[in-house]
Design a protein around this ligand. Structure first.
Ligand code: FA5
Length: 352
């Protein structure tokens, strides 16, 4: 029996030494010291041994048990150390390697342009107000004096969402909302998305406008001119001039289209100027004096008609203007095709 114990013990020490990892070591431990392990099996047989031999064999068995346990413990420690070193080696971080720069996003050119224009007008006391993109046909058209037979109300220009409901085709309904909500004086800027059934290099089905409205006692056409001259100088440079050409918009009278002098060739008219194509001027917006009909539609009384909830409009006048943000952004950043703005190509946007 002692020989058997010596053989088991010797083999055990050998197996422990050769265990390549902690899992294997645990298997070896179970095979020797486990309930059904080799050493335990021998000890179970002690019952059949004579009382004189029993303490001797018991002593040898206990010696082996201790040796095996010590050896297991030593091997476990060294395997743990090997494992730790392997892990440290594989997870080594070289902190001297330059890091990969994260891609920096930027605001969309339209957002940047809108914010720039809002900032310019905030310097002269304009507040920002917004209105819904899904608008009533009434506020989009009737209330701003666009009659039922006006071409703009054609299905080909306007997206109708249902009877009497449209995607607003311009930001002018927001000026009407502002006039209805707030008694004069009113000085607001209304930026937002608008929709028209248009699609080419300079027209998009969804685009952005900024509407401006100033109503107060004695507001004159010269105030409109001064305000737009301020905008042009802030946006395109101090030397920029503006010119007003008579035009027609149903919600203003008189109405004008407003051009700025070409910031590229400074109206030194040359056929080679790519920006103004040799004309020296760039059209940027529509504007005019608020039509008297809009005061009535908003709820002012003119003495003979109108509900008059907002009081007499006698003495009050105002101007309004509306510009296309894409057009201004294209001019500012010399973007040749409006559709580029909506294709989401970050090579374009990362330039701004
Ligand atoms: C209007 O929409 C008027 N509501 C502006 C106005 C307000 C005039 C107040 C007077 C007083 P118009 O349809 O011209 O006007 O559009 C204004 C600008 O929007 C244009 O100058 C142009 O820059 C831009 N625009 C018009 N259609 C498109 C389109 N499909 N895509 C991109 N920009 C467009």
């Amino acid at each position: 029996m002692i020989e058997k114990l010596n053989a088991i013990g010797g083999q055990a020490l050998n197996d422990i030494e050769n265990a390549a990892d902690l899992d294997r070591l645990e298997q070896v431990r179970i095979s020797i010291l486990g309930k059904k392990g080799a050493l335990s099996e021998v000890l179970k047989g002690l019952g059949g041994v004579s009382p004189q031999e029993r303490p001797v064999i018991g002593g040898v068995a206990n010696d082996w048990k201790r040796k095996v346990e010590d050896s297991l413990e030593n091997r476990r420690k060294s395997l743990q150390e090997i494992e730790l070193n392997r892990k440290l080696q594989s997870e080594k971080i070289d902190i001297s390697i330059p890091s990969r720069m994260p891609h920096r996003g930027s605001l969309h050119v339209i957002t940047q342009t809108t914010r720039r224009i809002v900032q310019i007008f905030s310097k002269i006391g304009f507040d920002v107000t917004t209105g819904p993109e899904v608008e009533t046909e009434y506020l989009n058209f009737e209330a701003v004096n666009i009659p039922a037979d006006h071409p703009a109300r054609d299905m080909q220009d306007t997206f109708f969402l249902g009877p009497g409901v449209v995607l607003r085709t311009h930001t002018s309904p927001v000026q009407m909302r502002a006039m209805r909500r707030q008694k004069a004086p009113v000085r607001v800027l209304c930026p937002g998305a608008v929709y028209r059934a248009d699609d080419d290099a300079t027209h998009s089905p969804m685009f952005h406008q900024i509407e401006g409205l100033w109503i107060d006692r004695g507001v004159k056409m010269s105030d409109l001119k001064g305000t737009l001259q301020f905008l042009a100088a802030e946006l395109f440079g101090k030397e920029t001039r503006i010119r007003l050409r008579p035009s027609y918009f149903p919600f203003v009278e008189p109405g004008a289209e407003v051009d700025v002098s070409c910031f590229q060739c400074r109206t030194r008219v040359s056929d080679t100027c790519r920006v103004c194509k040799g004309t020296g001027w760039l059209e940027i917006l529509g504007a005019g004096m608020v039509h008297p009909r809009l005061f009535e539609m908003a709820g002012y009384s003119n003495g003979t008609s109108g509900s008059g909830e907002l009081g007499e409009w006698e003495g009050y006048t105002g101007f309004a203007f509306g510009m296309g943000v894409e057009r201004i952004a294209m001019l500012l950043y010399q973007i040749p095709d409006l559709r580029l703005l909506f294709q989401g190509d970050i090579r374009l946007f990362s330039q701004f």
